[in-house]
Design a protein around this ligand. Sequence first.
Ligand SMILES: Cc1cc2nc3c(=O)[nH]c(=O)nc-3n(C[C@H](O)[C@H](O)[C@H](O)COP(=O)(O)OP(=O)(O)OC[C@H]3O[C@@H](n4cnc5c(N)ncnc54)[C@H](O)[C@@H]3O)c2cc1C
Length: 809
Amino acid sequence: MKTHAQAVVIGGGVIGCSILYHLTKLGWSDVVLLERNELTSGSTWHAAANIHGLHDSANISRLQHYTMSLYKQLEEETGQSCGVFQPGSLYLAQTEAREHQLRLQEAKAQLYGMNFSEISRERAEELHPLVNFDGIRCIMWEPEGGNVDPSGVTNAYAMGARQRGAEIHRFTPVTATTQKPDGTWVVETPKGNIETRWVINAAGLWGREVAKLAGIEMPLQPTEHQYFVTETIAEIDGMDRRLPSVADRDGEYYLRQEGKGLLIGAYERDMRFWAEDGTPLDFAHDLFPDDLERIMENVMRAMDRVPVAAEAGIKRVINGPMIWSPDSNVILGPVPELKNYFMCGGIIPGFSQSAGMGLMAAQWIVEGEMQYDMFAWDLARFGQWANDHDFVKAKVEDVYAHRFAIHYPNEEREAGRPLRTRPVYGMQKEMGAVFGLNYGWEHPQWFADEPGRKDTNGFTRQNWWGPVGEECRMLRERAGIIDISNFAKYRVKGPGAEDWLNAVFANIMPKSVGRSCLTPLISVRGGIAGDATVTRVAEDEFWVVSSGMAERYHKRFFDMVPLPEGTSFDSWTERMCGFNVAGPKSRELLARLTNASLDTGDFPFMRSQRIELAGVDCLALRVSFTGDLGWELHCATEDQAQLYAALLEAGKPLGAGPVGARALMSMRVEKGYGSWSREYSPEYWPHEVGLAGLCKMGKDFLHKAALEEVLEKTPREDLVLIHIDEAAVTASNADATGGEPIFCKGKPVGRVTSGTYGYSVGMSLALGYVRHGAAAPGDEVSVMVLGQPHKARILHEPPFDPEGEKLRA
Ligand SMILES: Cc1cc2nc3c(=O)[nH]c(=O)nc-3n(C[C@H](O)[C@H](O)[C@H](O)COP(=O)(O)OP(=O)(O)OC[C@H]3O[C@@H](n4cnc5c(N)ncnc54)[C@H](O)[C@@H]3O)c2cc1C
């Protein structure tokens, strides 16, 4: 075994082998994979290994598509069979909501060049004569759907990696990972140690245990999962072709041909956790005792749909472990608190995603960043708060039991909550707040007319649509108080604060105390890694406000620039809270609580002051994401309740009150403002999102060279604001929500990133990207709301206050 390597992958399941393969494909041949047993000895060997291309997330769909297309190539490249069967998949909708979901996916498939389209019942019966299609509202057909051989795929990746120089050592358990002061890692095994730059934890079921070797926790929890295979079924035996798989998600089971019988599996409501206190080290090619009773309800539904299954005997039952994250997406990426430690664990659809995941991991390690915005996979979407054992268990139980449920736009699942609350949580609850989970915090989405109300869910307008409109109108006509404690807040202090911020961010930091600037943060490939408002609050002190959910993600970037001696950078997100008081009467509201002059002459737009409001010391910034006259007020967390009570009291006579996050979303879209993770992401270039003017190329800053390179290129896409025809949205009772394809002259040209109703302008609106040159302001386009064409037009300017007069009033 070699003693030095560029990277060591721990774990020889399908994911570890795919990462190893993709590292070699990107040119790293000096890489090693260590497996404690045979390859595939975790979840991999016993998987049903179904493969699907379409996912609600466009980028995950792209990567699943890549994965499905790689298997055949891998076979050719290595000579190792991957056991690929692609007889196609039939997707069935039993409900209106499922039909909306499938039609939306059909529209997305056109945009991304994938095969997924509606077929008639007659055609479906030809494709799968054993299915009873009664009660099915629509049927979609994915010709590439199917399944693979889990061991074949894993070994093909291994072989492909070996062909490019990688080493694989089986029966070589990693027993310790320690980092030396120079940042290199020592990976210990009974067969000797390897020194390496990168450690990659792909230990699957043992991901938690391997993470602990490096002193870190991972929010992961294994469960049992079952499927069974029937004896030969005569009707299948008599066929000269393989049957398509059946994705009847409303029935909550999966079903496909296996041999000459059927394979049926289910994610049951009465699920079972496994190995809560740690995965046993002696577990390998093992299974649990069968417990088919637990999945019987689901299986009965499968038998109703495919009646021959009811007649067949059971040949084999698999009850094996799989390991889950709190939202069922992979925990992927470099751990921000460690140097060069990469995690990739908690993967459920490993065979649909293995290649995409291996490619993303390898790009991140070798090239410093992935080509796509994969925040949905990035482990930084969870903070340390997510390691709470009860929270993880509650979430995993929920995501397991609802594996095939539709996840609606704006859906907020309740399991495991509340986890993190701020002092005004109780007050907000009393006022009817309906909360969402925001980086672990309970955050008001909207205010119902009585406490205890909950969201209804669907693709169409839901119970919150009307009340959110009231909140918007209240703010636009009078004033509103928005809790913005969910923003991330940082304090940078010391003699080197200005230099450090200038070295991190692309804009020039404010020169005088009390001034603020908006600034992009540039990613490794020259895209938008973030946007922030930076305020100079003292000669040597700056206040940075940015996206709350990106706090751990941004830490990776902040850590790339060393802090000067004597200068500190601290997150104040927990110790400070905030409110945005906005609307034409916001000045009058605040004037009731402070002696400070809020007149424009004394307190202009983009300035800040320390003021006392109702006896509470606040940092007041004259900015507002609503696009209206307004102030952001930041106070100590212990003063939050006092300030909130005073603001609400002062607002009452003016007809002002609390406003939630969904109203803020609507108002910022009326103004055409982008938001991180929707319009702003590392995938987009500053000149595609209208932020190039904020990048000051006359100074040095993080990833400036990458930005210079992209600025030379023509934008690939343009961010546009779209007005969707009123009659169309009234007929479908739905607005865009994000992800809907945009068509122009019958051709797919882009997709929506944020969609909402603009209540104060009376327009259904969508922000989105269209291919550069394919459509321009004034052009008629079609937005696929609910997967159906909705007439729309690209706007020349935002419909609310295009001149910014209200903002500066
Ligand atoms: C019953 C069942 C059915 C499934 N069906 C499907 C399906 O239809 N489609 C699909 O896409 N997915 C399916 N899956 C999920 C799929 O199996 C997983 O997504 C995938 O196998 C995860 O692979 P992995 O490489 O991350 O982890 P694992 O397969 O768990 O591999 C981890 C490897 O790391 C090794 N290891 C651990 N600790 C150490 C150490 N200290 N040193 C060295 N090596 C170590 C282990 O021995 C193991 O080989 C199914 C899972 C189950 C349980």
